[in-house]
Design a protein around this ligand. Sequence first.
Ligand SMILES: NC(=O)c1ccc[n+]([C@@H]2O[C@H](COP(=O)([O-])OP(=O)(O)OC[C@H]3O[C@@H](n4cnc5c(N)ncnc54)[C@H](OP(=O)(O)O)[C@@H]3O)[C@@H](O)[C@H]2O)c1
Length: 518
Amino acid sequence: MSHNELGGNEPGELLAATDAVDTAGSTRRPDPLCLVIFGASGDLTRRKILPALSRLATRGSLPEEFTVIGVARTPLSDEEFQRRALEAADGGGSPEWKRRVARFSYVAGDNADPAMFTRLCERLSESDLKGGTAGNRLYYLATVPGQFAAVVRGLGKAGINIAGKMGGFSRLVVEKPFGTDLDSAVRLSAAIHADFDEDQIFRIDHYMGKETVQNILALRFANSVFEPIWNRRHVDHVQVMVAESLGVEGRGGFYEQAGALRDIVQNHLMQVLALTLMEPPGAAEGDVIRDEKVKLLRSVVVFDEKQAVSQVVRGQYGAGSIDGVAVPAYRDEPGVDPLSQVETYVAARVDVDNWRWAGVPIFVRTGKRLRHHQTEVRMVFQRPPHLPFAGKLARDLRRDSLTLRIQPDDGISLAFGAKVPGPTFTISNVAMDFSYSEQFPGQTVDAYDRLLLDAMVGDPMLFIRDDEVQRAWTILRPLQGAFAQGEPRLATYEAGTWGPEEADRLIGTVERHWRNSE
Ligand SMILES: NC(=O)c1ccc[n+]([C@@H]2O[C@H](COP(=O)([O-])OP(=O)(O)OC[C@H]3O[C@@H](n4cnc5c(N)ncnc54)[C@H](OP(=O)(O)O)[C@@H]3O)[C@@H](O)[C@H]2O)c1
């Protein structure tokens, strides 16, 4: 359905409005800067950072005075690093990318070695003098988490964590995981804060860079139709799902240390939950929005030991098939302990104790090897107070729901009841659909493009603040404790299904059911 059918706006009018409220359009161009990538020989750099930079270059979003310095132990010459940068871009990249890459350089060394930081300082001075980068630095921690503190300390000792003689800014981009539990998150935070102030730190959760995640804000706060019903008086319950059909994809060793709780719930799921349920912010500004997210997370009821067992389902996939292809059980994946107790699935009932959501059950779930790759938020509304079409005609009618599809096929759909044409008054469920790719073909921006640009510009809105991280770990702490004790009992589910039966029973306790697609 087009927006014309909805409201009569002409496409031009709608786009103009979209431009006006966009706080991060591609017209923004950062000040001159040098990007230093720690972990420049690694997977994230090759698969995400360099391709994002190449797209930003091609789109004209990078400043003319822009250099990149790669850092890692692997001995590479500047030319070898430049060749990797070209290979990482689609089809070798545009002429503009090639022109930019010619200014990239590389410093080989260990993060624990002060001599490496001395060489880095020399390169940075060179970049400022020859490349015109004006003392502005963006340090990107794309290295293994165990190295975060060493890099930060090295930058601090070398005195390049703060503005130098030329002035300019020093910012730090931190990749997840932000610790593995509350204690380690607090330690990591203290280590980083020893050398960087919070307003210099940009913690990435790439979900926040997704258009549809940002559209939760637009949907809720740029429209007047949704907000009046976005509360306990109208919402029956909420379902949030982050489902993956992929397994551990050869990263069994990594996943054995992570599990679904740390890998997805602590970050992506909490972020989506906070944006969906938070109060309206006073402005679309970094700290205003982050204040609201933290307030919401503070209202999430922290489980006691009993609830951590009775309101949570912990699952692991067994063998099965995805799209007709047989796939092995988690325990048979390479790098996984054959007796592993690590969860690949979590479902929980969450309660939010505030004026807006008191008494509304919020059900969240995430898992690997589920039937489809699908992330969505579903607001399920209460039934009408009185159904004049009672009995058979409306018996099977589902509650109305609004689904925010985050991936794939980003969009929004409203499901409601309509009369089936014909002589009887039969009501059936129908859906009205808005699809991003149909409405804005070819306009999707990759999450890393958006987040990298925001960090360069210094816009913190889509980055995770320290208090959000710590509150999310506080919420999960009782679950981590219970899981470590083998509670609740590990449920198994067949790969290619929607998860264990225990999860159906969990939502069944309030006589509801998961809304699953076929
Ligand atoms: N890969 C992804 O898709 C992805 C997605 C989301 C988040 N992340 C996060 O991004 C970070 C990097 O992940 P990754 O997958 O890219 O890891 P990776 O492929 O193992 O890369 C790690 C990088 O760190 C460097 N390194 C390790 N120890 C070092 C040391 N002592 N001194 C200097 N350099 C060192 C490695 O280079 P040398 O061996 O050459 O020193 C390599 O360049 C992690 O925090 C991860 O959780 C990754």
